[in-house]
Design a protein around this ligand. Structure first.
Ligand code: SF4
Ligand code: SF4
Length: 387
């Protein structure tokens, strides 16, 4: 109801030609940015600060952009002379993280689904329960049992190929649509101008290398205290590239199936198995590392209310990778049907919740990086700061 009232109020403000009012959390980011803009000690830490110096005021679109540009590395908090208990109470990572999660809900499509971010632990749990129930029920209905070894060691003898395509393809297309519309709405709020090839190349490099998890000095993030570590960058890379390798494995297997007529199961030295096996191991290592780091993060780097979303996402990610590896090892055994249900249920839950959980941060942050790569190539209107 509150979201609806906010929408109505914002629509009325827009119709009257006025700027959208800031929420309390957005106003807190704007307040801290005003202090940082006067201080500028952290100017070389990440893209947030040079982007900030191009502004004297921080409207809604500016705050959303800067919040998604922040990688939550913690460097500015640990360097800040105005951090709590100072009366200025500057804690940029916390303020940015609070608004960042709000932007995912604000730009979510369909709009009402943004609420799923607020109860994300429950959302992920229900999605996993639903995914598992669906595949367990289908396995029993199609095969009469969960204990019989599959004919020829093929999971297609448990779930026909066409059935899996019919179940996953609509979900995958919906995910693309929902994330695409959401990030387009974010882009249109304060679009800096047309994307040039150098800007796109730079933003892609910054996203793929996680440049802004280096703390600005190349030594890495702060996690629990003033020490720097590259661990978060490493486990993020493991999870991301593990996910991409698993995706590549499925894509190659699809080409094998439809183009060459080569039907699974594939041998251990086949491309789908090599890609999937390597991806699965990286995914599990990345998820375990992210989980460990999240549990010991400094409390002012994160927002306590977002803990279920953060933890639920990495647990689901790890479960997807681990169940895939277990399934490959159990091929042809009586454990295979149950493990297949677990893996497909986890994958279905992961895909179905991609637009309404932590996964969105990668999409919105990449868009913010592209905005920055475009903006930094434009002449500054203020002529202030070193950038
Ligand atoms: S975070 Fe603190 S030290 Fe850094 S620019 Fe802002 S006020 Fe200055
Ligand atoms: S937490 Fe790190 S990425 Fe975020 S504003 Fe501070 S220095 Fe930049």
């Amino acid at each position: 109801m509150q979201a609806l009232e906010t929408l109505v109020r914002d629509a009325q403000t827009l119709a009257a030609g006025g700027p959208l009012p800031l929420t309390a959390d957005e106003a807190e980011v704007a307040r801290q940015m005003q202090i940082c803009n006067a201080c500028r000690y952290c100017e070389g830490f990440c893209a947030v600060f040079p982007a900030m110096t191009r502004r004297l005021e921080f409207g809604k679109a500016d705050v959303h952009y800067l919040a998604n540009l922040c990688h939550s590395c913690g460097a500015c908090l640990h360097a800040c002379q105005y951090a709590p208990p100072h009366e200025f109470a500057v804690s940029v990572p916390t303020a940015m993280a609070t608004v960042r999660a709000q932007t995912y809900a604000d730009y979510a499509w369909p709009p009402g689904f943004g609420r799923l971010y607020q109860r994300n632990g429950l959302t992920l749990s229900l999605a996993l329960a639903g995914g598992l129930s669906l595949f367990l029920a289908l396995a029993v209905a199609l095969n009469g049992s969960l204990a019989a070894p599959p004919a020829g060691g093929s999971f297609y003898s448990i779930f026909p190929h066409g059935l899996m395509v019919n179940l996953f393809a609509p979900v995958f297309l919906f995910v693309l649509l929902a994330l695409g519309i959401g990030v387009t709405r974010f882009w249109r709020s304060g679009a800096p101008g047309p994307a040039t090839t150098p800007a796109v190349a730079e933003a892609a490099k910054n996203a793929l290398t996680l440049k802004y998890l280096d703390g600005g000095h190349g030594q890495g993030c702060n996690e629990t205290d003033d020490r720097w570590t590259k661990e978060r960058r490493a486990v993020h890379h493991a999870a991301f590239y593990g996910f991409m390798l698993c995706f590549a494995s499925t894509s190659v297997a699809t080409v094998y199936h439809y183009v060459f007529g080569w039907v699974a199961p594939y041998g251990w030295t086949s491309l789908p198995k090599l890609l999937g096996g390597t991806g699965g191991v990286l995914l599990v290592l990345g998820a375990v590392g992210l989980l460990r780091l999240r549990l010991k993060r400094h409390p002012q780097h994160v927002v306590a209310a977002q803990k279920p979303m953060d933890l639920g996402f990495v647990v689901l990610l790890g479960l997807t990778g681990a169940s895939g590896l277990a399934l490959a090892l159990a091929a042809g055994t009586a454990a295979m049907p149950l493990l297949l249900c677990l893996h497909l249920g986890a994958v279905m839950a992961f895909f179905a919740t991609m637009p309404y959980g932590k996964f969105a941060h990668g999409v919105y942050r990449s868009a913010a990086l592209l905005k920055w790569s475009i903006e930094r190539r434009l002449p500054t209107r203020l002529r202030l700061g070193s950038e």
